[in-house]
Design a protein around this ligand. Structure first.
Ligand code: CP3
Length: 339
């Protein structure tokens, strides 16, 4: 057995379990087909029948060891009353928050009723999944959520949120607190609906100087881990502080996460050597290597397998799978890992 649960339980694995970030997505023809049935991306996320179907598609096709619920990190701002929409081919657009006054339009507590379809989808997926397949729930980390809420979209370095945090520290700190509480509630509700592992995506951790990262990246995630563990002590939490330049061992020690998802540029061998043996690593195949395929892909896979042999590791990408990735490359990767 090579399930994710076994790796977290400290059982030795012959080969690493595998799943891919964004494994339900546009690289699958069957996903694009279902996507057409929803008027917009958020309605898609909030229609359990559709969310269940696309969550299961990559499991049926590839037999991954874990399934991640189809949803988005931006459902939290949506459930706090901020307007969120997705523009085809461009990405998310939110009503920008430019001043501390702008924060007053947000609710002080997350409306979990709005997210009921996510929990219903989790229950449906759990019923349909093979028993050995783990179900992963997730949320965006407060810092990454705040960057989208303030800029209203993704920007090259998320400067608007960084500037807001410097200029209006107290107000920003209040926003981060609200988001951390929202994350705890959303993750606990996902666990109660069937998620067995949760991942916290801090995609925009990279541009922060250390002191800012401590305040907005580490401390809120520490609170989230504590808030999940208080209710669900045995549920593993995976942290994904993408592109951090500092030590991942510090991040793990200070947040209390059980596993660290490493981005493409992270030095896997160094990270592994710096971590306690029980800490699980995840990652970090270059999504471009998967898209390229061929021998370049084989070499990239072998490097990861060599460095992580005998350690608790979950095979994954360093970031989400790219929409133009041929499914044959995913098959080739699985064959190589499973042989
Ligand atoms: O991994 C999975 O299969 C589960 C579903 C999932 C989605 N988004 C679905 C999605 C997860 C875990 C996310 C996380 C997410 N969403 C992050 C963190 C991870 C990362 O990629 O850094 C972020 C920053 C977002 C916000 C977001 N959602 C952006 C910036 C975009 C547009 C970019 C893009 O790829 O189009 C989205 C849209 C989105 N979320 C898509 C999917 C499958 C593509 C939209 C579509 O199908 O029309």
């Amino acid at each position: 057995m090579n399930g994710l649960r076994d790796v977290f339980a400290g059982k030795p694995a012959g080969r690493p379990p595998i799943w891919l970030m964004r494994q339900a997505g546009r690289y699958l023809a069957e996903y694009r087909e279902v996507r057409k049935q929803a008027p917009d991306f958020l309605s898609f996320c909030y229609t359990p029948e559709l969310a269940i179907e696309v969550t299961l598609q990559p499991i049926r096709r590839f037999g991954f060891d874990a399934s991640i619920i189809f949803s988005d990190i931006l459902v939290i701002p949506d459930a706090l009353g901020q307007k969120v929409r997705f523009v085809e081919g461009e990405g998310p657009r939110l009503d920008r928050i430019e001043t501390p006054d702008g924060l007053s339009t947000l609710a002080s507590r997350i409306d979990l009723d709005k997210l009921a379809p996510v929990y219903e989808a989790l229950r449906g997926v759990r019923r349909a999944l093979p028993t050995q397949t783990s179900l992963i729930g997730f949320c965006g980390a407060p810092w990454t959520l705040a960057t989208y809420m303030i800029a209203g979209q993704g920007t090259p370095d998320q400067a608007p949120a960084r500037m807001f945090a410097y200029r209006h520290e107290a107000a920003f700190s209040g926003l981060i607190d609200t988001l951390a509480d929202s994350c705890i509630q959303h993750l606990n509700a996902q666990i109660e609906a069937g998620a067995e592992i949760v991942q916290v995506f801090d995609s925009w951790a990279g541009p922060l100087p250390l002191a800012e990262f401590r305040k907005w990246g580490i401390e809120p995630v520490r609170r989230i881990v504590a808030g999940v563990k208080a209710r669900h002590p045995h549920i593993p939490v995976i942290g994904f502080p993408r592109a951090i330049t500092g030590s991942v061992a510090t991040y793990v020690a200070e947040t209390g996460v059980d596993a660290i998802s490493l981005d493409t540029a992270a030095r896997l061998a160094e990270a592994r050597a710096s971590l306690q043996p029980s800490i699980v690593t995840q990652g970090n195949l270059d999504p471009l290597a998967l898209m390229a395929g061929g021998e370049a892909l084989d070499r990239a896979i072998d490097d990861i397998l060599a460095v992580t042999a005998g350690t608790p590791h979950v095979f994954n990408l360093g970031h989400g799978i790219l929409p133009l990735t041929p499914v044959e490359h995913v098959e080739r990767m699985l064959e190589r890992i499973r042989r």
